[in-house]
Write a protein that binds this ligand. Sequence first.
Ligand SMILES: [Zn+2]
Length: 150
Amino acid sequence: MPTAQSIKEEIEKHRSEIYKKDYTFFEVDTLYKCAVCVEHESSECAECASMLDDMQALAAEYPRMLNNGSSGRSEYEKRLSKYLEHLRKAHGYTRKGFFQPVYMALGLVVGLLAGLVIGHYTACMGVGLVAGYIAGAVRDRKAEKNGKTL
Ligand SMILES: [Zn+2]
C-alpha cells in the first residue's frame, strides 16, 4: 500500500514538470497534507485505504493534468476535493482557520437578532462579532491541537 512518504516522493519527483506558480495555485502541497491524514485514518477506514492508491496515482499524473488546460485542471481539482470532502465528512477534518470566519458571521447574525429584540443594534452586533472572533479562535486552536486541520 502507498504511504504518505511515497506519495510525497512522487510529488517531488514531478515538481519540476509544472510551473512554480501552478504548484502554489493548485495547492499541490494540500495533496501531501491529505495523504498524511488519509494514511493516519487508513487503518480503520476502507475508503481511506483505497484513496491512498488513488493519491499515489494522482501524485504521478498531476503535471500532465495541470499542463492540460481547463479539462485536466478541473479533473485534478475534482480528485483533490474528493479527498478533502471525505476527510471533512467522515473524520471531522477542517481547513486551517476554518472556524473563525464562520463564527464571526454567526456572531454578527446573533447580534443583529438581539438588536431587533432589545435595540442598540451597533452595540449588539459589536458584541456578537467579538464573541464570534474569540469562540472561532478557540475552536480553530482546538482543531489544530487535535491534528484535525489540513
Ligand atoms: Zn476515511
